[in-house]
Design a protein around this ligand. Structure first.
Ligand SMILES: *Cc1c(COP(=O)(O)O)cnc(C)c1O
Length: 423
């Protein structure tokens, strides 16, 4: 664990609250906060879990209402021909352009992250049948590990585990040490869900390709927070959540990315009618579309694709570089506050200090954090808890202010102080 010995305490001068207000005053994205539901009504004191479930946008509320009345209610079945059939791809292209560094025709909105992971990973290993191994890491999100374990059993493949540091993440050196002529696929997360560690996608992708393997990146904790350059980095496959930093709402469908050159080489395992060349031909046999459409299976979940569009539009408007700059400033500020207020209470930083290696959340470690989290939720301060002893502070760049960060961190300090004092 890292001691907070080098945090720039000047960030907190002359006092933390004044510093927070000055940072808000100078924040070029400050005005976006008022475009979210619940940021101005004083209901929640501090929301630190936009990395698990983003807040709704006001535009999204309007869009959903309009859709129910005019779209669904007014257009009825005609809506499919007029707009909905193409929606997975029009939103996918917009997301690719705004946040992923992906040219059109490669990104789509599909099923849940879990199901998309299965479909794309299965398609990848099936495309390299002479290879027998999947590389993954021990600290990836459970669903990623479980899905790959299932595929390995289904296809008779071997899982090659990288032991990752739970306070950091997987390095290019670790990947280089395990890939080889038997590696079919490498699956890793861009931002580690526990520590916030930011993996070097370009370097790791190059290493995997040098070994002749394909890569699948899980972007759940980076999409909408940390920019990617999927095309430029030569990424083969990616999946990611839309209900975290993209504010699509609980259970909104995930996105998938398949590099154009690979699309016709890959056949996904859930061969449904929505993935074929001519959907309404209703033909006798499955003939997958030549495009990214082949990765769809059944009827697209249109209602779930509504709200995310407004966050994608906001990102397109302000630019991912500005989003990332704010994200780094927020995590820097939270770390400075933790040094000032929480180090004296025995808290350690379980996330990278270097902003270049850090995503949009930080984890603070102390044995009492489970109890601290429960107490904070009662007080309308909402972080989340991950074992062992980790309080996750997720700072969604478009909806979180520096003052909110300051108020929430003060509540963490007070709760921890009360709980450890009681003992
Ligand atoms: C949140 C998250 C998921 C969630 O998958 P669902 O299918 O949406 O439940 C998967 N992987 C990672 C890395 C995540 O952070």
């Amino acid at each position: 664990m890292t001691d907070f010995d080098t945090a720039p305490s000047s960030l907190l001068a002359p006092d933390p609250l004044s510093a927070a207000r000055a940072l808000d005053a100078g924040d070029p994205l400050a005005a976006y906060r008022s475009r979210f539901v619940g940021t101005d009504d004083g209901g929640v004191v501090a929301y630190f879990d936009g990395n698990s479930l983003g807040r709704p946008t006001l535009a999204g509320v309007e869009r959903v209402q309009r859709f129910l009345v005019d779209g669904w209610g007014g257009r009825l079945i005609r809506g499919w021909d007029e707009e909905w059939m193409e929606l997975p791809f029009t939103i996918g292209d917009a997301l690719g352009r705004a946040a992923l560094g992906a040219a059109a025709g490669q990104t789509f909105i599909g099923d849940s992250t879990t199901v998309l992971l299965y479909k794309l990973a299965r398609a990848a290993v099936d495309a390299l049948p002479e290879r027998s191994e999947i590389v993954l890491d021990t600290d990836n999100f459970p669903t990623d590990r479980y899905v790959l374990d299932g595929i390995a059993r289904e296809r008779g493949l071997r899982l090659v585990w990288i032991e990752s540091d739970t306070e950091a993440g997987v390095t290019p050196e670790q990947v280089a040490a395990v890939v080889g002529p038997q590696t079919a696929l490498v699956v890793l997360s861009h931002v580690a869900y526990r520590s916030g560690f930011l993996a070097d996608v370009a370097a790791i992708t190059r290493i995997a390709h040098d070994a002749g393997a394909l890569v699948l990146w899980d972007l759940c904790h980076s999409a909408g927070s940390v920019p990617t350059e999927l095309d430029a980095w030569g990424v083969d496959l990616a999946v990611g959540c839309t209900y975290k930093y993209l504010n699509g709402g609980p259970g909104s469908p995930a996105f998938g990315y398949v590099r154009r050159e690979l699309q016709e080489r890959l056949v996904q395992p859930i061969q449904g009618w929505m993935g074929v060349r001519d959907v309404f031909l209703m033909g006798p046999e499955y003939q997958p579309a030549a495009s990214v459409r082949r990765f769809l299976s059944g009827t697209p979940p249109i209602v779930g694709m509504l709200a995310m569009q407004d966050t994608i539009a906001m990102i397109e408007e302000c630019g991912m570089e500005a989003v990332r700059a704010k994200s780094v400033a927020l995590t820097d500020f939270a770390i400075a506050l933790a040094e000032e207020w929480l180090t004296p209470l025995g808290v350690a930083l379980a996330s990278p200090r270097d902003p270049e290696r850090r995503g949009g959340h930080i984890t603070l470690s102390h044995p009492a954090m489970r109890e601290v989290t429960a107490l904070l939720w009662q007080r309308d301060v909402i972080p989340d808890y991950r074992d062992p002893g980790g309080l996750r502070i997720g700072l969604s760049p478009l909806s979180t202010s520096f003052e909110e960060t300051c108020t929430g961190m003060a509540a963490v300090r007070d709760a921890l102080g009360e709980l450890t004092h009681d003992e």
